[in-house]
Write a protein that binds this ligand. Sequence first.
Ligand SMILES: Cc1cc2nc3c(=O)[nH]c(=O)nc-3n(C[C@H](O)[C@H](O)[C@H](O)COP(=O)(O)OP(=O)(O)OC[C@H]3O[C@@H](n4cnc5c(N)ncnc54)[C@H](O)[C@@H]3O)c2cc1C
Length: 544
Amino acid sequence: MAATYDAIVVGGGHNGLVAAAYLARAGARTVVLESRHKTGGAATTESPWPDAPEFKVTRLSYVMSLMPPTIINDLKLASHGYKVYPMGPYYQAFPEGGSIKLYADDAKRNYESVARWSKKDAEAMPRWDAWLAGLAEVLGPLLLTVPPNIGSRKPRDLTGLLKLAWRNRGLNVRTIADVTRLMTMSIADLLDDWFDSSQVKGALAVNGVIGTWAGPYAPGTAYVMAHHSIGDVGDGHLGNWGFQEGGMGAVADAIGAAARGFGVEVRLNAPVSRVLIENGRAVGVALANGDELKASTIVSTLHPRTAFLDHVGEQNLPSDFATDIKNWKTRSGVVKINLALSELPNFTADPGSDLQEHHTGSVEMAPSMEFIERAFQDAREGRPAARPFSDGVIPTTFDTTSSPQGTHVMSLFTQWVPADWNLEPHTAELEAYADRMIELYDEVAPNFKASVLHRDVVGPYQMEREYGLIGGNIFHGELSLEQLFHMRPAPGYADYRTPIGGLYYGSSATHAGGGVCGIPGWQAARAALADKRRGNTVSKSRQA
Ligand SMILES: Cc1cc2nc3c(=O)[nH]c(=O)nc-3n(C[C@H](O)[C@H](O)[C@H](O)COP(=O)(O)OP(=O)(O)OC[C@H]3O[C@@H](n4cnc5c(N)ncnc54)[C@H](O)[C@@H]3O)c2cc1C
């Protein structure tokens, strides 16, 4: 006899846990099936060094921002250990000498820091911040909006489109133009319109290429910058980039604890191999060990290729949907390097390895747009970057739970290696790449190399094999224009429903993903619960 539930959630990443928590909160008997030995997916805290288990690294994702207060409050995450320390300033020390610091909320200090490089840029900075804040007011609420099915003539879809237009009735020609620019421009062209100095442009370009298989000169990267700069997801509060105490795994643990509190069962080491389909409807799942579980609601939170092509099967999908999923772009060329440090970096530009403000934010290695672009071009040409760029953070400057007193862990989010490095481990080349990355920091902080006690290098192959991040893309799919909003994960299916009745989809490959925000899981649960209430569980066909 197959075990029977009301709802099955496939994947115990943070989105799966959020979906399960909301389903169970609404009374559904819910089980989460996770293939790994632990939940969290890409939001994971681990001890990668067996002989130094006291160091805990936030192995893949590393900073929080876009989790909406609605989810945090509904699931009472603070009572389950959700505790985020706001990050310090953006910091870059330059190989040629000097440094720049940019603060999220201190215009006076930004002026002083930027004026050292360009007075004109220092004067432009408050206007830039205000411009971005204005755009965030438009884009933030969109993250919580279910994308309308643009092009459909179904009354319900047309109503959705009208509602969206009505909600945005306050927009004027200028705002629409700004949003259009943001969506279509490269971050390089956009920054050229605003700033002169290479130092400021380098600092602001990083967010445009995070997790992206594109350099700063590629159209669309301006939007990626905005996605990472929004902070406000539309329910009235400004988010802030910050470090979770205990690393990102503690975010997933808090959501997991909330889910269990609502009665969710979590099964670990339980890889799903198939969604069971009868008469076009999902009725359960089969595990890799052959066990079957039944439920009338299934929510998958896996990469779309796994969720649809492997688990549902092309033969059960409309051919245009299957083609869209096959064509889904899922490259990044990201390498995560986690370090245990005996002491903090002692920067020539800002001396001292005692804890100072510039250690507490992002400690970057992205001195100019050209530097970033060169790293991308290397990877495009089939080589790992000779001089990779890095978005570095040292969370232990706040979080004292993750390393012994006086020591630190540092997370380096680096790019790029070639897009096809998900196919082979490239172990020796990744080690050489990590050596080069460490050398670059050592050029500006000469104690750096000697301070490294342990290192852990996670490349695209490991991300795909161990964590299910196909192609090594950090968001289950690129944040490129053709894969956003009503196109994420495929046109006609951006409402967290799928072509299969009873099967919902809530991974980072849906609108508002990627990132550790929980919105996809929340929306998928809401869609499932709404359909249950309406008694609407038939499969969804795309409407012309
Ligand atoms: C290196 C890196 C850095 C990042 N940095 C940040 C950051 O700083 N801030 C941020 O907000 N976001 C960041 N992200 C992105 C963010 O971590 C992801 O978008 C998000 O965690 C994905 O959550 P998810 O629940 O949708 O999917 P996942 O976390 O991928 O969860 C899917 C789960 O399904 C499991 N699974 C896979 N196959 C099966 C199967 N067959 N059966 C059952 N279970 C299965 C997996 O083990 C996994 O636990 C980063 C990602 C990476 C990789």
